[in-house]
Ligand binder design. Structure first.
Ligand SMILES: Nc1ncnc2c1ncn2[C@@H]1O[C@H](COP(=O)(O)OP(=O)(O)O)[C@@H](O)[C@H]1O
Ligand SMILES: Cc1ncc(COP(=O)(O)O)c(N)n1
Length: 269
């Protein structure tokens, strides 16, 4: 069985973070493991408190996994602070691990800062160059590049700029655009467009986490990046179509093995 790891924060309401990632891994038939970087007190209405896990404990979790188990691919989500970023980068280099999907989580849908502003530079310096795929949304791509993004052409410019910072493949997500939800992938040579019609729902809690963990699961299954992203785009679209009106605010996406079948991906690998 293929094995995937998520290094991310816990979302008590189960819609984003570690919980979304593990559900997504399971839906893809991949064995899921976790390194928890922070615990959030969070629900569909907001993030109310965050407790960061110590860098030592994060390092120990990574060691415990890599000393014992062959990881096929991993994703990095919420990393909070500079020391957390540094210990993750050090450990992944120590274990010579390169099947890395980086979701540069900065601000939650509910507007809470999940990455300390001063840690942005460390994320760019230490984690971006390790990423096989990085998956910023539009506001994150704007922070990383300093560019203003309004059009597909702007997304492409930002993708190139982020590639220049050292990430091998850059996927800029179009969820925050006005009209459709087209994502752009740049691999250093060519741009690929993954068109997506905008689904009219407010229940998009955890969409970025779900997409990046789906890509991680597909990479763990040995699927090349371009096709992994294509399949994961289908998965996230189906998961948003079936999103759940749980709680009083922004509800979560739905993970179900049947969704995976519905997205037509079970015959792969
Ligand atoms: N309303 C929507 N309809 C269809 N696809 C969406 C919608 N919102 C987000 N997506 C897609 O979900 C994925 C996550 O994107 P986004 O919401 O931008 O990430 P984040 O959660 O990091 O802000 C992308 O593939 C994006 O195109
Ligand atoms: C622990 C954790 N990680 C990531 C997100 C981002 O997800 P979203 O952008 O959908 O709020 C979150 N809300 N909580």
């Amino acid at each position: 069985m293929k094995k995937a790891l998520t290094i991310a924060g816990s979302d008590s309401s189960g819609g984003a973070g570690i919980q979304a990632d593990l559900k997504t891994f399971s839906a893809h038939g991949v064995f899921g493991m976790s390194v928890i970087t922070a615990i959030t007190a969070q629900n569909t209405q907001g993030v109310f408190a965050v407790q960061d896990i110590s860098p030592e404990m994060i390092g120990r979790q990574i060691d415990a996994i890599f000393d014992d188990i062959d990881v096929d691919a991993l994703k990095i989500g919420m990393v909070s602070v500079t020391d957390t970023i540094k210990v993750i980068a050090e450990k992944l280099q120590e274990y010579h691990f390169s099947q890395i999907v980086l979701d540069p989580v900065m601000i939650s849908k509910s507007g809470y800062s999940l990455l300390q502003p001063e840690a942005g530079e460390a994320l760019i310096k230490y984690l971006l160059p390790l990423a096989m795929v990085v998956t910023p949304n539009i506001p994150e791509a704007e922070v990383i590049t300093g560019l203003h993004i309004e059009t597909l052409a702007d997304m492409k410019k930002a993708a190139k700029a982020i590639h220049d910072l050292g990430a091998a493949n850059v996927l800029i997500k179009g969820g925050h655009m006005e009209d459709d939800a087209t994502d752009i992938l740049f691999d250093g040579e060519k741009y690929l467009e993954y068109p997506g019609r905008r689904i009219d729902t407010k229940h998009t809690h955890g969409t970025g986490c779900t997409l990046s963990s789906s890509i991680t699961a597909n990479i763990a299954r040995g699927i090349p990046v371009e096709r992994a992203v294509e399949q994961s785009k289908r998965y996230i679209t189906t998961a948003i179509e079936h999103s759940l009106a749980i709680g009083k605010g922004v509800g979560p996406t739905h993970h179900f093995y049947e969704l995976y079948q519905k997205a037509g991906m079970t015959d792969e690998q």
